[in-house]
Design a protein around this ligand. Structure first.
Ligand code: E4P
Length: 214
């Protein structure tokens, strides 16, 4: 399973990269706004920092506008993945970009049928937003095994990129459901590695070792 970090904060990307298990980055307009930096600066820096896929999102809502933006975004690096909204114009743009050999990430997916449409349009990645479904009282994670089954039934190679992750249990459930990628906020990234019993056990080992050596 691949781990992407869901941020446009370069310091967070650098720290996650140090762990040696970071496979890519996802951004969106809200994350760019949160970074407080001009889009062009932050996009260029992220694409250099990470060799894996970096999702940069279009903001046009018509197919031609999306294609124009995609051409500009591709200029940031060979690892750019064009993020497109799951609306009819986004699907059209996805199909066109796929035909040109451009990698795409279809975002704002909230149902397995939407995910099926994105796969049929040739999306490289589909981003189902589990946390935002939880927020409205639906079990967001429920759709991940359903998408997995649909893709396996028909041999689609679109990668399932679980997005809008809020906690480590989302990462666990995504892995159990056979998702290809989880895009994880930095706060959750840090939570994944820590366990109180690991810290307690290590402290005890170090204490005992000091006594053996004394
Ligand atoms: C990533 O591709 C998505 O844009 C992101 O995970 C959305 O997360 P949010 O629901 O926490 O904003």
């Amino acid at each position: 399973m691949k781990f992407f970090i869901d941020t446009a904060d370069v310091a967070e990307i650098k720290e996650a990269r140090e762990l040696g298990i970071l496979d890519g980055v996802t951004t969106n307009p809200s994350l760019i706004k949160k970074s407080g930096r001009p889009f062009k600066d932050v996009a260029a820096e992220i694409c250099k920092l990470v060799s894996g896929p970096v999702s940069l999102e279009v903001t046009a809502i018509d197919c031609e506008g999306m294609l124009k933006e995609a051409a500009e975004l591709a200029g940031f690096g060979d690892n750019v993945v064009i993020k497109l909204p799951l609306i009819p114009e986004g699907l059209k743009a996805c199909k066109r970009l796929t035909e040109q050999g451009v990698k795409t990430n279809v975002t704002l997916c909230f149902s397995p049928v939407q995910a099926l449409l994105a796969a049929k349009a040739g999306a490289s990645f589909i981003s189902p937003f589990v946390g935002r479904l939880d927020d409205i009282g639906q079990d967001g994670m429920e759709i991940i095994p359903q998408i997995r089954q649909i893709y396996d039934n028909y041999g689609f190679d679109t990668e399932i990129l679980v997005a809008s992750i809020r906690n480590p249990v989302h990462v666990l459930d995504a892995a159990l459901a056979g998702a290809d990628v989880a895009t994880i906020p930095f706060s959750v990234f840090k939570q994944l590695v820590h366990h109180p019993l690991t810290d307690k056990g290590l402290a005890q080992f170090l204490k005992d070792w000091k006594e053996v050596k004394a």
